[in-house]
Every structure is written in structure tokens, then in C-alpha cells.
Design a protein around this ligand. Sequence first.
Ligand SMILES: [Zn+2]
Length: 105
Amino acid sequence: MPNVIVRLLNDRFSLVFPQHCLGCGRELFSAHKIICYSCELDLPMTYFHLQQGRKLKDKMGLDPKIKEVFSLYFFNENGRIESLLYELKYKGNQRVGHFFGQKLA
Ligand SMILES: [Zn+2]
């Protein structure tokens, strides 16, 4: 089925069963999202991928067999990242995994 049709069906589905932002609880306008734009902009990005010099792996003093380590976001206790990780790890919300995968890609 073409992606446009799937997207339209999902958006119609969200009219009947609205999705809510996992960050703030506001209603989302697209069934494909897990958090709203405002919450997404507030996620604490590390920007480690833009840094020159010592890499995160070196800073952490990990086993030399590990070739690379990457962290997209900082973890703050009781923050949105913790909520999203909880949703993924303990509730099995695959949409959160898809979200993180897209961000990492
Ligand atoms: Zn939100």
C-alpha cells in the first residue's frame, strides 16, 4: 500500500483515537509522532558527534575492543529522556525505539 494511503489512514485513526505527547501529554496532530515539536526541541542533545578531539569512548575509559560509543541525549533523572526510555524498556513501546533510531540515523 502506498505510504500516502497508509499515512492518511493513520491520521484518520488518530482522529478517533488521538495520540498524546509522551513528554507533556498534549494531543498530537500526527499518528507518527511520539512527542510534540516543543518537547522534541527541549530534549537535551549532547552534540558529541560535532566535537573534535577526544571521543566519548576515550573519555569513558572503555575497553579498547569497543570501537565507538555514541550518546545522542544527556540523561536527566525525571526528565523526558528518562520517560521515553522507560516507555521503551518497560512498556515495550516500539514507536519510541523507532523515534530514537530515526534521530540516530
Ligand atoms: Zn510535548
